[in-house]
Design a protein around this ligand. Sequence first.
Ligand SMILES: *Cc1c(COP(=O)(O)O)cnc(C)c1O
Length: 392
Amino acid sequence: MSEFNTKLIHGQPEYDNNTGAVNVPIYNSSTYVYPNADAKVKFDYERSGNPTRSYLENQVALLENGVRGFAFSSGSAAIHAVLSIFSPGDHIIIGKNIYGGTFRIINDFFKRWQLEFTAVDTQNPEEVQAAIQPNTKAIYFETFTNPLLHVTSVKQISKIAKAHNILTIVDNTFLTPYLQQPLNLGADIVIHSATKYLGGHSDVVAGIVVAKNENIAKLIYFNQNSIGATLSPQDCSLIRRGIQTLAVRMDRHLSNAAKIVAFLQKRPEIAKLYYPGIDDGSRDHEIAAAETNGFGGIISFELKDGLDSTKFVNGLHLIQLAVSLGAVESLIELPYKMTHAELSRKEQLEAGITTQLVRLSVGIEDPKDLLKDLEQSLNQLTSTSLKKEAVR
Ligand SMILES: *Cc1c(COP(=O)(O)O)cnc(C)c1O
């Protein structure tokens, strides 16, 4: 078996054409010929399966070390398909700060179908343990939360889950299989918004699920095929291509993030810096150091009170003001006005989302240019606030 970086490039060949093409073609065919009416065919109809999609699904299953992968038309569709394996009356423990869209589908959709949920801080095993009920079927969390990068131990949680015959479901969007393989740490299902790092170029919306065993895979496949939110062959090809450069992109995301953290640590405008790579003796750092191969490309920070966060993000020239993350270009946003605007001010503050909080998805540009851009916008902040003070 080849090494991880080789698997990224080569995946599992489909051997599906006789042209010698080095990439699996984009099969734009919704239906497939049966050689005869009794034939057992591998592909019959695109929603049920397609060679381009198969390639991608096998590629990700290989990287996550699962038995089978599934590609969906978005991360949200992937989450919907996974939560749809449960039945009315089932109880699921969820991480307190899971992705907002996941929270919305749970609260405004699955609760109507009588799934029950309890939100806990999954970093704290006692809280998880205490939330387990006789009808608990799964624990669902993100290893690094968004935007505050609070870290959960996949090992610890899946150990508790196994003892109670409960499934562990991990949204691995922030880390990718390059930095963590949750199935190897004891999880049963991995979910990705492939829109982010796997795709990596902000040009496609996609979702991936990988199952650890055949029983789970059968349930997910039923939902994928019957609900039908599958990924188109064109988009499968884009994600396949994105994955080939995952390792080189992640290495640059990591080194750029480390440089930006070091820069921000020295800046007087920064009140608080959130990055699991900072060795501050926290549980976040301890768990991340033990269970990941790197601390990711997302940094969050709070500007000091009195400094205008809106002015700061508006003042950047290279780093673009946009939601989403995980692509080659650096993106910055204000969670309280953008990604987390749906929350009431009270809910925002409970989640640690202040008006001073900024989330930066570090891209793979030349780090000097990123630092220069951050520096000039920080400088204009303090120079104006200093000016104001002078006037006063
Ligand atoms: C973006 C995101 C999702 C949702 O994925 P879409 O592709 O936007 O539907 C789910 N989980 C996390 C952690 C995300 O960042």
